[in-house]
Write a protein that binds this ligand. Structure first.
Ligand SMILES: *Cc1c(COP(=O)(O)O)cnc(C)c1O
Length: 394
């Protein structure tokens, strides 16, 4: 078979499994309502949890950043790409999450690759939750260390995997699991690491900006200081509404990343205007704590209503509120029926989630109001969404 025929056959197979993915073309900014192909849709799928992606203070800071620094950084951080705006943001992020230092990355994906490969060598061991985000799995695979996975949330299993190893050990976990919305047992994992002389990396893409008393994330929520052996990865493209990521950790970890991490060294620094916009987003986050309160109120309102409809929810207190469907085809049909009613809610299917656990992934934002949540509940009632306990594990 020629290459192209073979690739086409694979695409056909993806189709047959109801796993074919299509991109939407969206007009206009991230918001509660978006325009897709001329149709206005109420969106429950963005990660813009605090509604900052199009906040006037954030967009103004972005424009101001362009006026001061231009668009491109022009070089990597280690050459001339590390501007005053990047440097100031690193200091602010470290202070905000209560870590000794922070280091900016272009994306969360790259930050995860960086931390695993900078901390581990060939004879070491990386241990990961089975439901970790793809970027953490890839980070584990990219190191030449051995990768082992433990059942979701099972700290005892994580501890057993670390026992008797030779070399260093590292546990990597999502703080908030991106497809389930539940919070990792980070306090228990941190104490396993302390006992086992291992390190813990918490990927807080979905907790940073939302959880904890000040919004510093899952580690604040669990009262875990960011000190060795605990390392945090936070992303800026979700709750902060901008782009990029950071690692927060002890100075020696940050310095190790600067010296060793290939996804830090061999890439162009993110645009300085992004750093300026993120600085403004962080200020809005601190100035307007009502935004975090609002999104969590939506979560409560939704869960109360969804329980009355007997919808199979996940054990989640976060803005990620999936509804279990089970069968991929059924999840796609429900997503389509909701779309026809003016709601944008994606069907998440394997291989993103385990086989037989396709789901509608609903996310809430401070950009929504209570009326949006009620309209969603009405729509879910009208499409005959799955009912708890009715099976669906197909
Ligand atoms: C989104 C996400 C990432 C990747 O972050 P980007 O900055 O978008 O590359 C990493 N981990 C988790 C858990 C995520 O949800």
């Amino acid at each position: 078979m020629s290459w192209l025929t073979e690739l086409e056959a694979r695409l056909t197979a993806i189709h047959a499994e109801n796993r074919f993915r299509r991109r939407l073309v969206v007009d206009g900014p991230a918001a509660a309502e978006v325009t897709v192909g001329g149709q206005r849709l109420l969106s429950f799928c963005s990660n813009d949890y605090l509604g900052l992606a199009n906040h006037p203070r954030v967009t103004a800071a972005f424009k101001g950043g362009c006026d001061e620094f231009g668009v491109g950084a022009g070089a990597s951080h280690l050459i001339t790409g590390h501007t005053r705006a990047h440097d100031a943001l690193e200091v602010e992020l470290a202070e905000f999450v209560g870590a000794p230092r922070a280091l900016l990355f272009s994306t969360g994906y790259m930050a995860n690759l960086a931390v695993a490969s900078a901390l581990l060598d060939r004879h070491d061991l990386v241990v990961e939750d089975r439901l970790n985000h793809a970027s953490l799995i890839d980070a584990g695979l990219l190191t030449r260390a051995r990768l082992r996975r433990y059942p979701h949330g099972d700290t005892a299993a994580a501890s057993r995997l670390l026992t008797g190893r030779c070399g260093r050990g590292l546990i990597m976990t999502d703080g908030v699991f991106s497809m389930d919305g539940d919070v990792a047992p980070v306090a228990a994992l941190a104490s396993v690491c302390r006992r086992q002389d291992a390190a813990l990396v918490v990927d807080d893409a979905h907790g940073f900006g939302v959880l904890g008393d000040t919004g510093a994330g899952t580690l604040e929520h669990a009262a875990q200081p960011i000190r060795w052996p605990v390392v945090m990865m936070g992303t800026l493209g979700k709750a902060l509404g901008t782009f990029g990521a950071f690692i927060a950790a002890d100075a020696v970890v940050i310095e190790t990343l600067i010296q060793r991490a290939r996804t830090y060294i061999y890439t162009t620094a993110p645009p300085p205007a992004i750093a300026a916009a993120t600085h403004a987003a962080l200020k809005v986050l601190k100035d307007e704590p009502g935004r975090r309160q609002k999104v969590l109120e939506h979560v409560n309102r939704f869960r109360t209503g969804a329980r009355q409809l007997d919808l199979p929810l996940f054990d989640s207190v976060t803005p990620i509120q999936p509804i279990l469907v089970g069968d991929s085809g059924a999840a796609v049909s429900l997503s389509r029926a909701l779309r026809e009613r003016g709601f944008l809610i994606p069907a998440i299917r394997p291989p993103t989630v385990p086989a037989g656990s396709a789901r509608l992934r609903v996310t809430f934002s401070a950009a929504h109001d209570a009326g949006h949540v009620d309209r969603l509940l009405d729509a879910l009632a009208s499409v005959h969404a799955p009912v708890a306990g009715a099976g669906g594990g197909g």
